[in-house]
Design a protein around this ligand. Structure first.
Ligand code: PLP
Length: 262
C-alpha cells in the first residue's frame, strides 16, 4: 500500500526505492548486466526448490549469474564444445580444468616447456603441493612428447595452441592422438589463437581454456577466463570448482561477451 509506505521515514523508503520491480514486459534485445549478488523469491519453498535444482533459477552469483552464463554459452558455441564454465581469470579456468581431470597424488602431468610462466608455476607449486608431478617436454618435438608420454604415463597433457611468449605452434591433432593412446586427456590453452583462428576441440583436445583477459575481452579492461569441454560430464567438476573455490567472474566482466570478438 503506497500510502503506508509514504509514511515511512525517507531513509527507510530509500533502501528499496526503485528496486525489486517486476521484470520489464519487453524482452531486452541486449542481455542486461545482472549486477546482483543475490536473488529473491516469493517463498522459502521456492528458494529450496531452486537450491535443490528442482526448479530453474538463480540464487547467488557465485553459483551462477545470467550474464556470466551468457558469456559461457557464447564461448561454448565459439569453441564448439559440449559444456562451458566462466571464471574470474585464465588462471582460475586452468585450475578448474586440471581439477576436472581427476588428478590424485602420484598422478603425472606432461606439460609443454613453453607454457605461460604462471601456468607452469600453477602446475609445479599448487598441483605439486598435492603430490602431482609435472614433466616438461618440447611440444614442437612430437617424438619427444610421445616418448615422455609412453615413459611417464601422464594423466593429462597441457599445451598452448600458440605459446606465450615464444609463439610456438602446437600440432593439436598429434598431441591429442598421443594423449588418447595412453588414456590421457589433452588441455589446450587457446588464448593466443582465439576460436576465430583455431578450435582445438575440433582437433581432438578434451578441454580448451582461455585467458579471456586477452583477445576475447579485446580492450584490456576486464579479467576473465573460460573452460570449454568436449564432454558434458565435465560440467559438474567445472561448475563445482567455480562454486567452491570461488573464482567466479563478476557480471560486468562477463559482459566481455558483448565487448569481445570485435
Ligand atoms: C597463454 C596464457 N594463458 C593464461 C594466462 C593467465 O590468464 P589471466 O591473467 O587471465 O589469469 C595468460 C596471461 O597472460 C596467458 O597469456
Amino acid at each position: 500500500m503506497a500510502g503506508d509506505k509514504n509514511n515511512l521515514d525517507i531513509t527507510t523508503q530509500l533502501v528499496h526505492a526503485g528496486e525489486r520491480t517486476d521484470p520489464p514486459a519487453g524482452q531486452p534485445t541486449s542481455l542486461p548486466i545482472y549486477a546482483s549478488a543475490t536473488y529473491t523469491y516469493e517463498s522459502m519453498t521456492e528458494i529450496d526448490q531452486v537450491f535443490a535444482g528442482d526448479k530453474a533459477g538463480y540464487i547467488y552469483t557465485r553459483y551462477g549469474n545470467p550474464t556470466v552464463n551468457a558469456f559461457a554459452e557464447a564461448m561454448r558455441v565459439a569453441e564448439d564444445g559440449a559444456t562451458a564454465c566462466a571464471y574470474s581469470s585464465g588462471m582460475a579456468a586452468l585450475h578448474a580444468s586440471l581439477f576436472a581431470c581427476e588428478l590424485s597424488p602420484g598422478a603425472v602431468l606432461l606439460a609443454s616447456q613453453d607454457l605461460y610462466g604462471a601456468t607452469t608455476n600453477l602446475l609445479q607449486t599448487i598441483f605439486g603441493s598435492f603430490g602431482i608431478k609435472t614433466i616438461m617436454a618440447d611440444f614442437s618435438d612430437l617424438d619427444a612428447v610421445r616418448a615422455k608420454a609412453n615413459e611417464f604415463k601422464p594423466r593429462v597433457l597441457v599445451a598452448e595452441t600458440i605459446s606465450n611468449p615464444l609463439l610456438k605452434v602446437c600440432d593439436i591433432d598429434t598431441c591429442a592422438e598421443i594423449a588418447h593412446a595412453i588414456g590421457a586427456r589433452l588441455i589446450v590453452d587457446n588464448t593466443f589463437a582465439s576460436p576465430y583462428l583455431c578450435r582445438p576441440l575440433q582437433h581432438g583436445a578434451d578441454i580448451v581454456v582461455h585467458s579471456a583477459t586477452k583477445f576475447l575481452g579485446g580492450h584490456a579492461d576486464a579479467m576473465g577466463g573460460i573452460a570449454v569441454s568436449s564432454e558434458q560430464a565435465d560440467s559438474a567438476a567445472l561448475i563445482g570448482v567455480m562454486k567452491l573455490v570461488g573464482g567466479v567472474p563478476n557480471s560486468p566482466s562477463a559482459a566481455i561477451r558483448r565487448a569481445g570478438f570485435d
